[in-house]
Structure formats: structure tokens, C-alpha cells
Design a protein around this ligand. Structure first.
Ligand SMILES: NC(=O)C1=CN([C@@H]2O[C@H](COP(=O)(O)OP(=O)(O)OC[C@H]3O[C@@H](n4cnc5c(N)ncnc54)[C@H](OP(=O)(O)O)[C@@H]3O)[C@@H](O)[C@H]2O)C=CC1
Ligand SMILES: C[C@H](O)[C@@H]1OC(=O)[C@H](O)[C@@H]1O
Length: 256
């Protein structure tokens, strides 16, 4: 029960890594609100994940709010405060990775990826930080960056800069918010099997290659992200800020 009575918001918490993190936080006693895109299908997924969170005997809530809208951060904070009472931990996880080659990258694909992954993160983190500052007793902000903040991807030229940007955002906000007792850290997942890479990994040669590059011998699952997120959210990490935690089964260090 490392997060008993903490009030947490996870963006993109309906499925994939965000859902894994939300459920791990609930398992550790936190109240957890989540968001996803504003579509009819997503509302159902959000409601289903909220029911799973509540099954842990904690409070939950959801809001359908698209990450690329600069006003979304305020709506997320409002949801947390209305439903949970306050905001102790904010986890910016929502993201997209529409794999595409570089030379013919459609402008809309590039701009949407930057808007959702980086601009959305900036405004959401800013809104969460203002709420924590107003509450007056610190907090924890976690951004889901990626191993791709540190290395490239030929089909991810629009995506990897957003993940480097989110890592950099946590480093700079760690400095800007340290005086308020607000810690800011980044999680850097390796390859975690979710909807985001379902099609990419349906190429069994690619999937087997990724596994062969991973010292722990398997791809990640969303619940592998839970423990590291709970740690950074909890008081166990009370002197950890500006940090980048790779959660990749050893993939990054495996050069040859
Ligand atoms: N899976 C992996 O291997 C890795 C993933 N990551 C990062 O982890 C994060 C989560 O990815 P993952 O769980 O794999 O992907 P999923 O596609 O499984 O989940 C993405 C989540 O983000 C939400 N989301 C997507 N677009 C928007 C939007 N415009 N506005 C609001 N919410 C949105 C989705 O909700 P909706 O259904 O509404 O779209 C969903 O809840 C991303 O930031 C990704 O970059 C980092 C490294 C590796
Ligand atoms: C979606 C990809 O499989 C995944 O995204 C990342 O950030 C990782 O680096 C993987 O490439």
C-alpha cells in the first residue's frame, strides 16, 4: 500500500501502459482518475477501466478529453479535484506513434504526433503543476517518455523527438518546481506490447528480432510499467527528481 490515499491522474489510462499504471496505483491504495480521447468507443473503454480501478476499493473517475487540446489540462485537473478532492500525482502517458517513413511523412501526421505527445504534455503538466502549487504541499509528476528519447527509429522520425522532448520537459520542470516540493521524473519504456505497436509487431521477424535484442528475453507487458510508476509516485522516491528510469528489459544497453 505505497500510495494509500494519494489522488492520481493518468492520461491515456483507458488501455495499454496507462491502464497498467492506473491499476498498479489502485492496487497500492490510490484513488485514480483517467482520461482518453473524446470518442464514443473510448468512453466505453474508459468506463470499463474505471470499474476495474474501483474493484480495488478506491475512488475513480474518467474524462474524455483529447490531449492535443491546450485546454485539456484544466479539464483533467478539474476532474481530479471534483471526483477525488485533490491531485497528488500526475502521470502524463497519452501518446501516439503512427509508424511512417521520413521522406514522405504527411505534415498532418507529424503535426498531430507533436501536438498529442509533446504540446499536450506541456499544457497538461503545466495545469497539474499549478494545482499542486495551489495545494501547497508538493506532488509528483511523471511523464511516460521512451527508450526512443535516447535512440532513433527510421519509421519514427516524427515520434522520437516528442519523446526526447517529454524527457527534457521533466528535467526542466524538476528545476522549475523543485522549490514547491514537486518532483518530476520520466519513465522510458522499451518495447511494451500494446495497441500502439500491434501492427508493427505482427511482423513475426521484427517481433523475434526485438525479443532477441532484449537481455531479459521477452517484450514488455503493460503491468511491467506499474511498479516503476508506483515507485516514482510514492514517498519511496522522495529524493528522486529529474530522473529518467528505463524500463526496457535491458534493451538500451545491448549494443552487441
Ligand atoms: N508500447 C510501447 O512499446 C511504448 C509506449 N510508449 C509510450 O507509452 C504511452 C502509452 O502508449 P501505449 O499504452 O503503448 O499505447 P496505447 O495505444 O495502448 O494507448 C494509448 C493511450 O493514449 C490515449 N490517447 C491516444 N491519443 C490520445 C489523444 N489524442 N488524446 C487523449 N488520449 C489519447 C489512448 O486513448 P484513445 O483510445 O482515446 O486513443 C490510450 O489510452 C505513449 O505515450 C507511448 O509513446 C513509450 C515507449 C514504448
Ligand atoms: C510503439 C513502438 O513499438 C515503441 O514506441 C516506443 O517509444 C519504443 O521505442 C518502441 O519503438
Amino acid at each position: 500500500m505505497l500510495l494509500k490515499d494519494k489522488n492520481i491522474f493518468v492520461t491515456g489510462g483507458s488501455r495499454g501502459i496507462g491502464r497498467g499504471i492506473a491499476l498498479a496505483c489502485a492496487e497500492h491504495g490510490a484513488n485514480v482518475a483517467i482520461s482518453a480521447e473524446d470518442t464514443a468507443a473510448e468512453r466505453e473503454t474508459l468506463a470499463a477501466t474505471v470499474a476495474e480501478i474501483e474493484a480495488h476499493g478506491v475512488k475513480s473517475a474518467w474524462v474524455a478529453a483529447s490531449a492535443e487540446n491546450p485546454d485539456t489540462g484544466d479539464r483533467l485537473v478539474e476532474t481530479a479535484v471534483d471526483a477525488l478532492g485533490r491531485l497528488d500525482v500526475f502521470i502524463n502517458n497519452a501518446g501516439i506513434c503512427p509508424f511512417h517513413s521520413f521522406l514522405d511523412m504527411p505534415r498532418e501526421t507529424y503535426l498531430k504526433t507533436v501536438d498529442v505527445n509533446l504540446n499536450g504534455a506541456f499544457f497538461a503538466v503545466q495545469a497539474a503543476a499549478n494545482q499542486m502549487v495551489a495545494q501547497g504541499d508538493g506532488g509528483s509528476i511523471i511523464a511516460v517518455s521512451s527508450i526512443s528519447a535516447l535512440v532513433g527509429g527510421g519509421m519514427q522520425t516524427h515520434y522520437t523527438p516528442t519523446k526526447a522532448g517529454v524527457l527534457s520537459l521533466m528535467q526542466s520542470t524538476a528545476i522549475a518546481l523543485g522549490g514547491y516540493g514537486i518532483r518530476c521524473n520520466a519513465l522510458l519504456p522499451g518495447t511494451i506490447e500494446t495497441d500502439i505497436n500491434r501492427e508493427d509487431l505482427s511482423d513475426t521477424r521484427k517481433r523475434d528480432y526485438m525479443i532477441s535484442r532484449t537481455p531479459l528475453g521477452r517484450l514488455g507487458a503493460p503491468d511491467d510499467m506499474g511498479g516503476p510508476a508506483v515507485f516514482l509516485a510514492s514517498d519511496l522516491a522522495k529524493y528522486v527528481t529529474g530522473a529518467a528510469l528505463l524500463v526496457d528489459g535491458g534493451l538500451y544497453v545491448n549494443l552487441q
